[in-house]
Design a protein around this ligand. Structure first.
Ligand SMILES: [Zn+2]
Length: 562
């Protein structure tokens, strides 16, 4: 999932929102005293809760909350948001303490990120597509509309792939590519993505929808900085160093993986040996109990924390897996009312990949529950930080000792590491792809992807296919994938720091949750990610723990794709 972006606002839209309300504020300011940060923060806390409740009711989990229906919450949200905007425009910013100034900055920024006019379109959520898919070839639509239309194609085409006479979703197809035994069927499933590829990248001509969009995105990144640079800043990296780190990860992966060429439709199958062996040991019914047991062993009682798991499928439910809050923790009548967090998913498949996702989302929920701070600082941080923390626990499902304890069956470490780092390095590859496209938007994306995958993954070149089109973020938020690619560096470094401080936690360690809560999570948004990481690690983020971990994969004879 994508987390909130409170740390990274699009300031131009914030200023527009503030400007829209400024006249009201100025007119009123002659008679009304200027609001204090505390007053604004009380309004903000209500608006945050309203947004959480509205999103939850919209998901279909509840019809009402605290006896109030959706309309009531929507009306209160609009009111609170309007007041927030008015007050935030009127407050005097002179003589604010650094914490108050930061709180105010976050609250102002929320109007364009976590608290937009329609909270269902918050930057933290993956909304239902609003575009049409089918207009992507039109050259007269704007960049935003083009992105919306391409994203819509991920649902209308990507989640309706035609394979052997049946309709298959994108997630299921990706799982199946790791499982189907017959190479010809794998290739047929791979080619079932072609309508999506074409909707996004046409015939890879210079005027293709993606190539038009990436030119605009590159101009925007050149003027205002890119998501990749923002992610790099979290790690203390200068822009020029980011590419070097990404390529060093991929070089290391290249060295430990067999150099026999592999077709792109076989790539996930070759990597999926461990997953296939364990599939029988993981029933859909065991996913949640296993997750709860593992977190319990880490000192985080998911039931005791009140985490809500909404795992039943129903009509209209979002087709993605995500975690979110319902209401944020805050002091009510002098007592701390804890954060209420939830996980939403509809699992039709089981397996290690799904178990990894459920553990990851649970990582987000314990993160929410660990924060204890003033309302403006109550959130799980920017995308890079929250995603990398969620993986701190989820990577353990690939560990043989973890599998033995929680599944009663394990695969050799080589298979587990291979599965884990196949996912991680694909995200690193997309990060590098986006970095190169944003630097050189006139490049041919199929060639850029082919060069990366044939060099680092030993994949047979197929520049005739736009098979890089697999992730929605590539079209909605160019540069976003760096949060995952560079996030892996942070995950590995945090994991090493935890191990060296309180010992291993791969099969449980009841000091884990109290310790990470206190040392890493509790302050929420009070500090920048780069500051939090530096304090937690006691030094700048290092690439070495990740490279060392990847090197644990013993170089072996090639695994035959059959
Ligand atoms: Zn996530």
């Amino acid at each position: 999932m994508q987390c909130n972006v409170a740390g990274r606002h699009d300031w131009s839209s914030v200023l527009l929102v503030l400007a829209a309300h400024a006249s009201v504020g100025i007119a009123a300011s002659t008679s009304t005293p200027r609001p204090s940060v505390q007053q604004i923060e009380a309004i903000y806390a209500d608006a945050v809760d309203d947004a959480g409740v509205i999103t939850t009711i919209d998901s279909g989990l509840f019809d009402t909350y605290r006896g109030r229906d959706l309309d009531w919450w929507k009306q209160r949200y609009s009111r609170q948001r309007r007041e927030l905007a008015e007050h935030a425009a009127r407050i005097s910013t002179r003589r604010l303490s650094p914490d108050d100034a930061r709180a105010l900055r976050i609250m102002r920024g929320s109007l364009a990120s976590t608290l937009p006019e329609n909270p269902l379109f918050a930057a933290s959520t993956l909304p239902a597509p609003t575009g049409h898919c089918g207009e992507t070839s039109r050259t007269d639509i704007g960049a935003a509309a083009l992105r919306d239309d391409m994203y819509a194609c991920f649902d209308s085409l990507g989640n309706h792939l035609l394979f052997e006479g049946k309709v298959v979703s994108r997630d299921s197809a990706i799982t199946l590519l790791g499982q189907i035994e017959e190479p010809a069927r794998r290739k047929a499933l791979f080619l079932a993505f072609a309508p999506l590829w074409e909707a996004v990248n046409g015939k890879d001509e210079p005027g293709s929808p993606y190539r038009r969009m990436i030119r605009t995105a590159a101009a925007d990144a050149a003027a205002h900085g890119s998501g990749i640079e923002a992610a790099g800043r979290d790690l203390g990296l200068m822009p020029a160093q980011i590419e070097e780190w990404l390529t060093r990860i991929l070089e290391t992966w290249r060295e430990v993986t067999p150099d026999s060429p592999v077709e792109p439709w076989d790539y996930r199958y070759v990597a999926g040996e461990g997953d296939r062996e364990l599939t029988a040991a993981i029933s859909a019914a065991s996913l949640l109990p296993v997750t709860k047991r593992y977190f319990h062993d880490l000192g985080a009682d998911l039931d005791g924390l009140g985490i809500i798991y909404d795992l039943e499928s129903r009509a209209g439910k979002a087709p993605v897996t995500y975690a979110n809050y319902v209401t944020m923790g805050r002091v009510v009548n002098g007592h701390w009312r804890p954060t209420l967090a939830r996980v939403s998913a509809s699992y039709s498949d089981s397996g290690l990949y799904v178990l990894n996702m459920l553990t990851h989302e649970s990582g987000h929920t314990v993160h929410y529950a660990a924060i204890r701070n003033r309302p403006a600082f109550m959130d799980i941080g920017d995308d890079l930080f929250c995603e990398s923390f969620a993986d701190v626990t989820s990577w353990n499902v690939y560990d043989p000792a973890w599998q033995q304890k929680y599944l009663g069956h394990s695969v050799a470490e080589r298979g587990g590491l291979r599965s884990q780092y196949t996912m991680v390095t694909l995200e690193v590859a997309w990060s590098l792809f986006e970095l190169r496209m944003l630097h050189n938007p006139d490049a041919d994306p199929n060639l850029v992807w082919t060069e990366i995958t044939s060099r680092y993954f030993h994949v047979v070149p197929h520049p005739e296919y736009s098979w890089w089109v697999q992730r929605g973020q590539l079209v909605t938020t160019p540069g976003f994938m760096a949060n995952y690619g560079l996030g892996a560096v942070v995950t590995a470094d945090i994991r090493q720091r935890i191990r060296s401080s309180i010992g291993p936690f791969n099969t449980g360690n009841d000091r884990w949750y109290p310790w990470v809560s206190r040392n890493l999570l509790r302050s929420g948004l009070q500090f920048d990610t780069s500051v939090i990481l530096r304090k937690f690690l006691g030094r700048p983020v290092s690439l070495e723990p990740l490279l060392t971990d990847i090197r644990r994969i013993p170089a072996t004879a090639p695994i035959s794709p059959r």
